[in-house]
Design a binder for this molecule. Sequence first.
Ligand code: B12
Length: 376
Amino acid sequence: MTSPKAAVVRAALAAGASAVRVTDAQPDARERARLEAAYARGDVATWAYPPERARTSTDPAALLPGARSVVCLALAYATPPPPRRAPLTGRISNYAWAADYHARLRALAAQVAAEIERFAGPGSTRIACDTAPLAERAFAARAGLGWVGKHTGLIAPGLGSFVFLAEVLTTLELTPDEPLRKSCGSCARCVDVCPTGALRGDYTMDSTRCISDLTQRRDAIPRALRPLLGDWVWGCDLCNEACPPSRRAGPGGGAQFAAGGERAAFPDLQALLRVRGAAFRRAYGATALGWRGPAVLRRNAAVALGNALDRAAVPALEAALSEDAQPLVRGHAAWALGRIGSPRALHALEAALDRETDAQVRLEIAAALEPFLRTV
Ligand code: B12
């Protein structure tokens, strides 16, 4: 007779999982200590996690009372980028250029949960994927699905780190798998490639410097970090792309995660600087970047245009500075104009100073003009 574990593993693979492993649901004291230390350092300050999350996200019973096992699922998502032909375009990360992964992962986990419930009955499972307070990488590592790399991502043997994770917690006892005895050794390519120095090299990261985090935060991007964002307008793939096991694995994502054309991966920055309302929902509503709303994308487009250092972008930035309803966007458009620094850009900044009433935007304009005042 097939064991429940064998049936669950078979169901997961049949539903499309790239890999599946199981761990017990004991609280993870070591990971709790790691999270407490990370919170205390302010590593994830952007997300304002309550301190008790360190305990709850390392104790599966906090999500499912009576939990005894955690089924850890990985789904490969890397797909090759479409050709990039147009000038003044930004870059969207591979994880967000296709349809929202949460729906695909939750459907996969639901099939696994249904198989478990054949053995343990209704109410014996709970699905977690990204949004639930569960330390997903730590449980995946404990289950031997892979190891946590210096970029802090889970690296699965043969698949690399371009994998999404999901878990099915269950009250059913399933035979646990063993963790892998692997680490990154002396490799530090991810650490070296990160433009903002977010990765410390000791398997921890200051997320407040991570480009992915900077593109997702709701407020102003610290001025000193803006030039380091380059052309990224949502997420970042640099550390995963540099990771040797991910390079060896190649694109394993398949059609479900393929970019919907050049514009999905490399959006026109001047169009993005204007995106709002229905146009935003049409282009991004069904992707993993839809949840943050259009103003953050317009802000990111302004930063990427500033980094492109192309005078052709000045009229679009000038319009954003005078017309955008969001001070956040006007402020970053001012920064971009100062970075380009052409006579027309400076004129636009001076004109804006005469009419701008928002204190933060005025500060941005003043900071953008300052280097030019000094040299006069
Ligand atoms: C907040 C968050 C972010 C934040 C902060 C990320 C971070 N590294 O802390 C930001 C916005 C920056 C982010 C970015 C990305 N994210 Co994110 N994110 C999350 C989220 C919601 C919570 C993570 C969290 O609590 N972080 C706090 C830190 C302190 O904890 P941690 O990341 O779990 O890392 C600890 C463990 O790895 C632990 N650890 C476990 N075992 C071991 C073993 C050893 C030996 C050591 C030393 C450490 C260790 O130590 C770390 C430090 O304490 C998770 C989903 C979830 N519920 O877990 C997704 C998640 C981690 N993100 C994911 C993805 C895909 C990404 C991006 C690749 C997206 C992109 N392309 O832009 C980047 C990768 C950036 C990076 N290098 O980590 C995936 C990761 C898949 C994977 N293969 O690991 C997750 C799991 C979502 C999912 N369900 O698939 N993310």
